[in-house]
Design a protein around this ligand. Structure first.
Ligand code: URA
Length: 237
């Protein structure tokens, strides 16, 4: 690993802004390998040096991955002049590392949303070519039936001519359903169900690949992904 500047390392870890980091270093609160850091420009190997802030070890990671239980009423965007976004729900430190949502959930859709600053990862998760299945729980105005299930399996053509890849549909005992899709077209699940005369009244994403929404996360709650969870995202069906 090539050496990097101490202030860059701390900034990529989301410790504080570059300006605040320089102040932290000047005031002697940052140490490198046991000695107070000399300057923000000092170069070090981020994976070998022991960097501490106020005596607490800072674990270097260039990329960060979180899961959020997106609440209704919030946009899947980084910022918006007028409306609240998912980035308004996270900590100031997390906002500093350039997180963005992986794909979009509609404003009224809830559930699993991944936040990361890793563009390549996000691209792979979203691309239908990766064949990563996203599972949604939907409530509809009327329960889906066998004909709907077959139509989903064969690949729907929406009203505007948009062709959908084959998708899974399962009726649940309470009349709601599970939808499994590998692509993320605009309002995809809602449009698919509407095209069958079953408009969606509630939509929640439950999983992406092998990554399941943590049931302990309240709406608006978030947490870092574990290493094994991160790997599970890419799991194909
Ligand atoms: N499909 C939709 O229609 N809406 C979402 O938010 C996600 C998938």
């Amino acid at each position: 690993m090539p050496k990097m500047r101490l202030d860059k390392l701390l900034s990529e870890c989301g410790v504080a802004s570059r300006k605040e980091i320089r102040q932290l270093i000047r005031s002697g609160r940052v140490s490198v390998d046991g000695a107070a850091a000399a300057s923000p420009e000092m170069k070090l190997d981020p994976y070998k040096a022991l960097v501490c802030l106020d005596g607490t070890k800072i674990e270097y990671a260039k990329y960060h991955y979180y899961m959020m239980n997106k609440p209704a009423g919030v946009l899947s965007a980084t910022d918006d002049g007028r409306q609240k976004t998912v980035l308004d729900l996270v900590t100031p430190e997390m906002r500093k590392i350039g997180l963005f949502p992986v794909g979009r959930l509609d404003k009224d859709t809830t559930g699993l949303l991944i936040l990361t600053n890793d563009g390549e990862f996000a691209h792979r998760v979203i691309s239908p070519r990766s064949e990563i299945v996203k599972v949604y729980h939907a409530r509809t105005e009327a329960p889906v039936d066998e004909a709907d299930i077959t139509a989903f399996k064969e690949g729907l053509t929406l009203g505007d001519g948009t062709k959908c890849l084959p998708a899974g549909l399962k009726l649940l005992p309470d009349g709601s359903c599970l939808v499994e899709v590998m692509e993320g077209k605009y309002h995809q699940v809602k449009r698919m169900l509407s095209s069958r005369g079953k408009p969606v009244t509630e939509l929640k994403r439950l999983s992406i690949g092998g990554l399941k929404l943590d049931k302990a996360l309240l709406p608006g709650g978030f947490r870092a992904l574990e290493e094994n969870e991160l790997c599970s995202v890419m799991k194909k069906k």
